[in-house]
Design a protein around this ligand. Structure first.
Ligand SMILES: Cc1ncc(COP(=O)(O)O)c(C=O)c1O
Length: 381
């Protein structure tokens, strides 16, 4: 199935954050939303619900857990227990509510920067201290630094917010790394909250490994928080899942307020259930992203040869080092002012990232090329 970028003039009529959040003359490439059309089955389902004025509260939806379990089994050979599958409104809320069953204000939470910026905000919301075990960097290749993680665990960290796979570096963690984390967490009494929202968006060369599929230790210390919202672009519909796979973690999950479940939306839950049946659309979308990640590399080599970019192994976010162009303390400010192109500033993802930008390539080749042209225009101004 072919999944192609929607033309710019139509995108500009969208009401979502990506397309309504900046001036009309700005080309907008931050915010992790996709510029594709939804699978027809999801559009039909939502359209029919609206036509039927079926806009009330979320009721029973057993097939959502079953559909996710079937998808996880087919794609990742991970056997999910649908009895330990809880709903919540979004991944952020799932991470926070689950954390609240574990930490008190002042406790320590570990992250691996550069990492999804809201992991810092979640820790702040929990009034917890962030301990950073930065990713190890070899050129533009990143990997988890197990020694730094162990040092953090030893220093009394209660929770590890693991971004599996990783935004913004596009790293897919290996089985050996995840096994080591599970063993260390068991040894030091740390809980691992694995944010797997990008799990379905992993390219073929490095398979995605769900944390709970790793080992008994992983299941004893870990929780998976995930959603269909990133891979099928359903973020506005509000539905995510908190998954455990051991008695110990299930008991902890039961300590969350019952209201957590009811904060998922009717549309979100039904669209997510349908999404996990839309594997063909996902495969088509991945083919487009695969072309785009390579197209971006060619564009950068031709037009911005000093930019450093490693083709990502997952998701649709390019992590680009533009330090060689000396665009000041916050390069995205100059790029926006002088090039009318909006990108996510690197410093939001961690210290020492001020000269990086994150570019969303879940769009058309025309928009990617135009984005790079605008960066060039800003640099030359
Ligand atoms: C790693 C990661 N987690 C969570 C989210 C946001 O998920 P939600 O809107 O369900 O909170 C994103 C969005 O880009 C993300 O990249």
């Amino acid at each position: 199935m072919k999944v192609e970028g929607v033309p710019l003039e139509i995108l500009r009529t969208r009401l979502s954050e990506k397309w309504s959040g900046s001036a009309p003359d700005v080309l907008t490439l931050p915010v992790a939303e996709m510029d594709f059309e939804l699978p027809q089955e999801i559009r039909d389902l939502l359209g029919a619900m609206v036509q039927n004025s079926d806009t009330g509260y979320l009721g029973k939806i057993d097939h959502l857990g079953r559909n996710f379990a079937a998808f996880a089994s087919d794609r990742w050979n991970w056997k999910v227990d649908t009895e330990q599958f809880l709903l919540c409104s979004d991944v952020g809320m799932g991470m926070i509510e689950m954390s609240r069953t574990i930490v008190q204000p002042g406790d320590k939470v570990l992250v691996n920067s550069p990492v999804y910026l809201n992991m810092f905000n979640w820790a702040k919301e929990l009034k917890c201290e962030v301990v950073d075990a930065p990713m190890r960097k070899d050129g533009m290749r990143y990997s988890l630094d197990l020694a730094a993680i162990e040092a953090g665990y030893k220093a009394g960290v209660k929770i590890h917010f693991l971004c599996n796979p990783q935004n913004p570096t596009g790293t897919v963690h290996t089985r050996a790394e995840l096994e080591a984390i599970a063993d260390l967490a068991e040894q030091y009494g740390v809980y691992v909250l694995s944010d797997e929202i990008h799990g379905p968006i992993v390219f073929a060369e490095e398979p995605f490994i769900p944390f709970l599929s790793i080992s008994d230790n992983a299941r004893n210390v870990g929780v998976c928080v995930t959603a269909a919202s990133k891979a099928w672009n359903l973020a506005g519909l509000k539905c995510a899942f908190i998954i455990t796979q051991s008695e110990r973690m299930s008991e902890l999950a039961k300590m969350m307020p019952r209201s957590v479940r009811f904060r998922a939306s009717l549309f979100g839950a039904h669209a997510a259930a349908k999404a996990f049946e839309c594997g063909e659309w996902l495969d088509g979308m991945m083919e487009t992203l695969d072309r785009n990640r390579k197209f971006l590399q060619v564009q950068l080599e031709e037009k911005l040869p000093l930019a450093k970019y490693q083709i990502p192994s997952c998701t649709y976010l390019a992590w680009i080092d533009i330090s060689a162009y000396n665009l000041g303390e916050t390069p995205t400010v100059k790029l926006l002012e002088d090039g009318k192109v909006a990108l996510t500033p690197g410093h939001l993802f961690g210290p020492e990232c001020t000269q990086f930008v994150r570019l969303n390539f879940a769009t058309s080749e025309e928009i990617i090329a135009e984005g790079i042209d605008r960066m060039v225009a800003a640099i030359n101004k």
